[in-house]
Design a protein around this ligand. Structure first.
Ligand code: GLU
Length: 753
């Protein structure tokens, strides 16, 4: 083929390829194969093996039948292939066997047999059987060109004759005498302009300046004109539809996929063919196949990878590679649409949207502590409260002592009484503050303004403290606290204790690899240096998460599925990006638009949602997040949560009993000393009395002189007796005036003899 023709056909092919397979790759590779008619089959096999699908065939018309037979024999006659013939008489060949399998066959023609003028000329020429027949059969372009050139010459001669007398002279090729009218004739021919069999005839400097070719494409019915090429405007395709016209019935597509729960899984048991597979994608594919009417044949991608580009070699692997190599017509899987992939293969409209998220092991719940009721307040707050308690009690004691209004006559009827009582002894002060801290009733009430101020401010303090404590206690005891060491992707990036990774050769991996965001770049650097953080499958990733100390960056749809089925798993943070899953096809595949339409329709009809619910929501093993949430909000408190209160109670009781025993022993010892009795007999006597006198609300003096202690009567011991007072009641009394007597009430006089 000479350069001009190559240019003509190559540019036409490129333009048609753009129609068939947009977008065109930036670089186009040419492979030239020369073959004689006996080797067509081998040559075609080689072309097929190299994965070449766009072929310009430049051969003599007589070789074309052999070539067409070879194409049929090695089955390179499907929609993937595009043959562009340089011959202008493609209409003369029998393409019957190619009409129905959507193989792309294009060629140019010069003679438009449909044109009225051409029809007329052909009819006229039929009268001259041999030439006319040859053009009619369109087996050779030469007669038409011959016709047009003779006609051009005739036009020139006619014009010459009109302008001057045409004097034909003999001219010899041997001598150099020119024919004088020759240049005039040349000029007239050059000026000729008319419609010939091969289109509009026009010359410029003796060469044909306008040339128009019809572009033909084989369609189911016949070869149809789908565009025009002209020297002025180049190729103009008028029928774009013709390039996307293919049937779907009775076509079996090779569909590649990859095993991923719940998209594509292998069924248990012995199954064959497509029946071996189940899952969301399998049902989606079936729905699309039913919709478009094609058959399919499923197979797993050999390297079990989704596909990523090797940045150093530029080679792709996985499903993407399978589609680039056109080993498969479709890749149906949870395959993410991204920029890098979209530039080498095509994707349909997304059938699912998702984003990257972090899968992490649910932190084991905080071990329940016996003293968790202490948790609402920090330990230093407890210490501050204790300090405040001591301070306020002491202040109360001192202030009450100073304030005259806190001193009162215990017997108001005896106005002259020398006895003054102050209720805020040291013990009572401490008692008052603790009782009010506990929000309990107390029969001690401050009377002086100063002590009342202390009381009021203390109450206010306890009000706030106890309310805060109660509120926080509820939160602490009823909510199971989940403490995840990482809360977001930033947390993950900024630590190195927990390792993290992605699926190998997947879009999540390439997301981090290609990202320009600082955090993700940092994460990629971390992952890149530890190749063992990448996992071969989702199952492996999940198993590693469950082992602990590993966060798996995965896609949210899959993550939801895993989290719903394994209650030990949880998601951390929000979505890192937003993208979709699509069905992959080779670039320019006519299936893309059809499948996209089918997906949109299935989406609008809710079929995809039904499939999603079936595979995600149903299933007995589903771990319901909501129930789990409720559980965490309303946990019944067990002994392990508030058992500590009981421990405190029991300890308090034990301390009280020991104190009572100590008091008993102490008092008995003193009594025994005073009575000059043996300790044992005094103790026995005391005990006996305690048993017998149990009905009495007021304990009489040990010498059983209860008559002295009749309520309302006042017993005034002498000064000497004062020394023998040992009971706590004594501490409650204050001797303002050092002189005796001191007033005792019944019950306070038990040691008086
Ligand atoms: N859907 C992803 C892909 O198409 C694989 C999963 C992942 O990388 O997390 O490559």
């Amino acid at each position: 083929m000479n350069n001009v023709l190559f240019d003509l056909h190559y540019s036409a092919l490129i333009k048609m390829q753009q129609l068939l397979k947009p977008p065109m790759p930036k670089e186009v590779q040419f492979t030239f194969r020369k073959s004689d008619s006996t080797q067509f089959r081998d040559t075609l096999k080689d072309v097929r093996m190299r994965g070449i699908y766009s072929i310009i065939i430049d051969t003599k018309p007589e070789n074309l039948p052999n070539l067409l037979t070879a194409i049929l024999q090695i089955q390179m006659n499907n929609y993937k292939y595009h043959y562009h013939f340089t011959t202008f008489d493609i209409e003369a060949h029998n393409l019957e066997n190619f009409r129905y399998n959507f193989v792309n066959m294009t060629a140019y023609r010069m003679v438009d047999s449909e044109h009225l003028m051409v029809k007329q000329v052909l009819r006229d020429m039929e009268k001259f059987q041999s030439v006319g027949q040859s053009i009619l059969n369109r087996s050779n372009l030469e007669p038409a060109l011959m016709y047009d050139s003779v006609f051009a010459l005739a036009r020139g001669l006619q014009a010459l004759e009109r302008g001057a007398v045409l004097r034909p002279v003999n001219v010899s090729c041997e001598d150099e005498n020119p024919w004088n009218d020759g240049s005039s004739l040349f000029n007239y021919v050059n000026a000729a302009e008319y419609r010939g069999l091969t289109g509009k005839i026009q010359f410029k400097e003796g060469r044909r300046s306008t040339l128009k070719l019809d572009l033909l494409k084989l369609r189911t019915e016949k070869l149809d004109k789908v565009g025009e090429w002209s020297t002025t405007s180049g190729l103009n395709i008028s029928n774009h539809e013709a390039f996307h016209e293919f049937g779907t019935r009775n076509i079996t597509l090779r569909v590649t996929t990859i095993e991923t729960i719940p998209y594509v899984m292998l069924k248990a048991g012995n199954h064959t063919g497509n029946d071996r597979f189940e899952g969301f994608c399998i049902e989606l594919l079936q729905a699309i196949a039913n919709y478009l009417g094609f058959q399919y044949e499923l197979y797993f991608v050999p390297d079990s990878k989704f596909g990523a580009e090797n940045t150093s070699t530029g080679e792709w692997n996985g499903l993407v590679r399978e589609i680039i190599d056109k080993n498969a017509d479709l890749a149906v899987a949870s395959m993410t649409i991204n920029y890098a992939r979209e530039s080498v293969i095509d994707f349909t409209k997304p059938f699912m949207t998702l984003g990257i998220r972090i899968l992490f092991k649910l932190p084991s719940t905080m071990p329940t502590r016996l003293f968790s009721f202490m948790s609402p307040l920090a330990i230093d707050i407890w210490l501050y409260v204790l300090a405040a308690y001591i301070l306020v009690s002491s202040t109360m004691f001192i202030v009450a002592r100073f304030s005259p209004y806190e001193w009162h006559n215990p017997h108001p009827c005896v106005a002259e009484s020398d006895v003054m009582e102050n209720q805020f002894s040291m013990a009572n002060s401490f008692w008052f503050t603790i009782v009010t801290l506990m929000h309990q009733g107390c029969d001690l009430n401050p009377k002086a303004t100063s002590t009342r101020i202390i009381g009021a401010i203390w109450w206010f303090f306890t009000l706030i403290l106890i309310s805060s404590y109660t509120a926080n206690l509820a939160a602490f005891l009823t909510v199971e606290r989940m403490i995840t060491p990482i809360e977001s992707v930033e947390d993950l990036a900024s630590q190195s204790k927990i390792s993290y990774g992605t699926l190998e050769s997947g879009s999540t991996m390439t997301f981090f690899r290609d990202s320009r965001i600082e955090t993700y770049q940092k994460m990629w650097r971390y992952m890149e240096n530890r190749p063992n953080v990448f996992v071969g499958s989702y199952e492996e990733g999940v198993a590693r998460v469950l082992q602990g100390n590993y966060a798996f960056l995965m896609e949210s749809t899959m993550l939801d599925y895993m989290v719903q089925r394994n209650c030990n798993l949880t998601e951390v943070g929000g979505l890192l990006d937003s993208k979709g899953y699509g069905i992959a096809t080779p670039i320019g595949s006519p299936w893309r638009d059809k499948i996209s339409l089918a997906i949109l329709d299935l989406q609008e009809k809710g079929v995809i949602q039904i499939l999603y619910n079936r595979w995600w929501k149903s299933g007995a093993t589903t771990c319901s997040r909501d129930e789990k949430g409720k559980e965490t909000k309303a946990n019944a408190l067990g002994l392990e949560n508030i058992g500590g209160v009981f421990v405190v109670l029991l300890t308090g009781l034990a301390v009280a009993i020991f104190t009572a025993i100590f008091e008993f022993c102490w008092s008995t010892k003193k009594n025994a000393y005073n009575q000059r009795q043996s300790l044992c007999s005094e103790m026995a006597e005391e005990l006996r009395f305690a048993m017998k006198c149990r009905a009495s609300r007021q304990r009489p003096a040990l010498r059983r002189q209860c008559s002295k202690c009749i309520p309302g009567t006042t017993y005034v011991p002498n000064a000497m007796d004062m020394n023998t007072q040992e009971n706590g009641v004594m501490q409650m009394l204050d001797i303002r005036k050092s002189a005796s007597p001191v007033h005792f009430e019944c019950g306070d006089c038990r040691h008086h003899t």
